[in-house]
Each structure stands twice: as structure tokens, then as C-alpha cells.
Write a protein that binds this ligand. Structure first.
Ligand code: KIV
Length: 270
């Protein structure tokens, strides 16, 4: 008998996700390419093509310079690799500065990829943008709490929900996003108590990252959770394997064998 929870064997839709609230925790990981997306196919309900790719894939210090073209290219790759998860394209900084700009860019995302939703960062100040998108039949995943695209205006990555006043702000943000039509909300970098209050205040699922264990689901960045991203490790990241160590050991062995003329042996030669 398998010790693991069952794999997902049919296409995940927005209604699958809606029905999971309060019933079964939702699993989400990021992916940026077809190779890893294929590995994740059937293992998680949703794949987020996060603008975190600007850091872990492209090597920049923050997410701000990711472009719509990059997000589309990587989402196309992920859609080529994974067939079952619900795939979300993360709208990059500057791509949803007004309802019109957001609809134009998100329409491109829908036309040029088979993503089933887009994600935008922001609370009640972004509700009119969410509404414009959902009224144009574009599904939106909200994102509140610590918002990496607000890094410069917020003066750094700040944990939210440390006092009742901030918890109230976050709950108001979540309610405004729900009213505007989001199908779920990422809650990032908030105290557990705040995440619990947000989750209880809305009827759409909340997906936590660095938000404790009361949200309706969890998301992690694949390169963090598999130990490939070594620049820094936030407290909330659990490393499920040590990818960088494995790759380094493999590479060392390859180098040794090539230098010693052990590779390719007869087995690997025509
Ligand atoms: O860009 C990203 O990967 C994200 C997740 C951290 C939620 O927004």
C-alpha cells in the first residue's frame, strides 16, 4: 500500500479549487520550464509560473524587471510540460497599472498560452483591476501580505499582520478581492493569526507561503523547496531535497571521469 496521498488523475479546474476550501488542502508549486512542469504533472493541483523566475531562473536580485514576454515564454513551456494542474501566469510588475493595461496584458496571456488564470499582487487598491479582468472572463488569483513587487515602496520584505490593525487591513483586502471576483488568494509572509483571520473571512481558498498552517493550501517556489536556490533560505522554506548538492556531486564525478578518460567507457560509445 502506498504511503503517499493519491496522485491527481484529472484536469484541475477553477471549480475543483473552489470545492476544496475547508475540505482538502490545496498543493501548489512554481515551475518555469517544461522539464520540471512534467515532473510536477499529477502531483499538485496548481502550478504558478511565478515572477520569482526573475530571481531563481534569471539571476536577478528581485522580481521587478520580469517582463510580460518572459512570463509568456515560460508559461508556454510549463503548459507544454504539465497537462493536469491548473496553470497560473504571474503578471509582472508594470503589467497591470490600470484596468485597461491589465486587460490588454492578461488577454495576451490567455491568447498566447493555455494558462487558466493570472495572478496579480495587491489588496483593495487593486480591486477595480481584478474586477475588470474577471468581467472579461480572465480568472484571477489574488496576492496579499508580503508582496515582492512592492519591495521598493515598502522598503524591504516586511512580515505583515503583526498587530490587530494590520490584520484588519489584510482581512479588508481579502474581502475586497473576493468581491472583485478572485478565485483564490495567495497570502504571503504573514503571522499565522492573520492568515487564519483572512482564511475565515473569505469563501475563496487562501494559499499560504510563509503564512503558517491555517490557510486552505500552500505554495512553495520549486528551486527553494528542492534546494537549488542557495543565495538565501527564508525561515518558511522546507527543503525536501538537496538539489544543489546532488548536482554538484554528479558534476564532480563527471569531471573526474572525463579527466581520467573513464567516460565514455565502451558502454557509452558506438
Ligand atoms: O513569484 C512567485 O513565485 C510567487 C509565489 C512566491 C507566490 O508569487
Amino acid at each position: 500500500m502506498s504511503m503517499h496521498t493519491p496522485k491527481i488523475d484529472k484536469k484541475v479546474t477553477l471549480s475543483t479549487i473552489a470545492k476544496m476550501k475547508g475540505r482538502e488542502p490545496i498543493t501548489v508549486v512554481t515551475a518555469y520550464d517544461a522539464l520540471f512542469a512534467k515532473l510536477f504533472d499529477g502531483e499538485v493541483e496548481m502550478i504558478l509560473v511565478g515572477d520569482s523566475l526573475n530571481m531563481s531562473f534569471f539571476g536577478k536580485e528581485d522580481t521587478l524587471s520580469a517582463t510580460m514576454d518572459q512570463m509568456i515564454y515560460h508559461t508556454q513551456a510549463v503548459c507544454n510540460g504539465a497537462k493536469l494542474p491548473l496553470i497560473i501566469l504571474d503578471m509582472p510588475f508594470g503589467s497591470y497599472t490600470s484596468p485597461e493595461v491589465a486587460v490588454k496584458n492578461a488577454s495576451r496571456a490567455y491568447q498566447e498560452t493555455s494558462a487558466q488564470a493570472v495572478k496579480i499582487e495587491g489588496g483593495k487598491e487593486r480591486a477595480s483591476i481584478v474586477e475588470a479582468l474577471t468581467q472579461n472572463s480572465i480568472a484571477v488569483l489574488g496576492h496579499i501580505g508580503l508582496m515582492p513587487q512592492f519591495l521598493r515602496s515598502d522598503g524591504g520584505y516586511k512580515i505583515r499582520g503583526k498587530d490587530q490593525a494590520d490584520i484588519d487591513v489584510l482581512v479588508e483586502d481579502a474581502i475586497a478581492l473576493e468581491k472583485a471576483g478572485v478565485f483564490a488568494i495567495v497570502v504571503e509572509g504573514v503571522k499565522e493569526e492573520a492568515a487564519k483571520a483572512i482564511t475565515e473571512a473569505v469563501s475563496v481558498p487562501t494559499i499560504g507561503i510563509g503564512a503558517g498552517n491555517s490557510t486552505d493550501g500552500q505554495v512553495l517556489v520549486w528551486s527553494d523547496m528542492f534546494g537549488f536556490f542557495e543565495d538565501f533560505k527564508p525561515k518558511f522554506v522546507k527543503q525536501y531535497c538537496n538539489g544543489a548538492k546532488e548536482v554538484r556531486e554528479g558534476l564532480e564525478q563527471y569531471r573526474d571521469e572525463v579527466k581520467a578518460r573513464e567516460f565514455p567507457s565502451a558502454e557509452y560509445s558506438y
